[in-house]
Ligand binder design. Structure first.
Ligand code: NHR
Ligand code: GAR
Length: 216
């Protein structure tokens, strides 16, 4: 992050959030950045889905929004290249995936290495991929949760930053379980983002460090 020479006040961490849907995690991050003391600000929100409600949330918060429809590109690589260029236009310090549903190519991930994080709705390394709540219930798992991790080339396998746990109840449906996991997500994601914005969190040699100490 830059330091302004005249005032010695640190510039706020510029965050771009990528979404595909509702954007409740985006909202939690916007709300957390909402006070003047926050070291972070959401400067842009990009969705690959035009109808994503998160775009309205961002608009209501006065944040710049863009939609980039992956279906309009000839290949994954072409979409990722355009996406990377659009993101770089915001000069971000951090790129946050919040319910973003497109797998990102190795060159995209390498370009943003160390400044790209994701929230995944399971206790990784358990249940990578999709339909995590349904799979956890079907397995008779006792606990479930969410994981914030740095994004690396390997899907849902990057270094863990923070996890939140919930108990799976006997009468849980996919829906009731997902709702409790969401509450946890809205607590842990803003926390991880604040750590990064405060300069306390970084990725080094594929290890997530908080205050210089390995997180796992
Ligand atoms: N990209 C890389 N390289 N590494 C990760 O860890 C990533 C990533 C891109 C997205 C989020 C992820 C999740 O938290 C994420 C992590 C989408 C899919 C998927 O299969 C899987 C995992 C995640 C996001 N997407 C389909 C695809 O073909 C499309 C599915 C759809 O549109 O509904 O990209 O779970
Ligand atoms: C969240 O539960 C997030 O963990 C999950 O999508 C939801 C988005 O909710 N992410 C993935 O499944 C990524 N594949 P939101 O749009 O309300 O933040």
């Amino acid at each position: 992050m830059q330091v302004s020479s005249s005032t010695n006040i640190k510039a706020r961490c510029r965050i771009v959030v990528l979404i595909s849907g509702n954007g409740s995690n985006l909202q939690a991050i916007i709300d957390h950045c909402g006070n003047d003391q926050s070291p972070a600000e959401v400067v842009g929100v990009i969705s690959n889905v035009q109808s994503a409600f998160g775009l309205e949330r961002a608009h209501s918060a006065g944040i710049d929004t863009h939609c980039l429809n992956h279906r309009e590109f000839v290949s994954r690589a072409a979409f990722d290249e355009a996406l990377a260029a659009l993101i770089e236009g915001f000069r971000p310090d951090l790129v946050v995936l919040a319910g973003f549903m497109r797998i990102l190519s190795p060159s995209f991930v390498d370009h943003f290495a160390g400044r790209l994080m994701n929230i995944h709705p399971s206790l990784l390394p358990r249940y990578p991929g999709l339909d995590t709540h349904k799979r956890a219930i079907a397995d008779g798992a006792k606990e479930h949760g969410a994981t914030v991790h740095f994004v690396t080339r390997d899907l849902d396998a990057g270094p863990v930053i923070i996890q939140g746990r919930v108990e799976i109840l006997e009468d849980d449906s996919e829906h009731t379980l997902a709702a409790r996991v969401h509450e946890i997500e809205h607590r842990i994601y803003p926390e991880a983002v604040s750590w990064f914005a405060a300069g306390r969190l970084r990725l080094q040699d594929d290890i997530a460090l908080l205050d210089g100490q390995p997180l796992t």
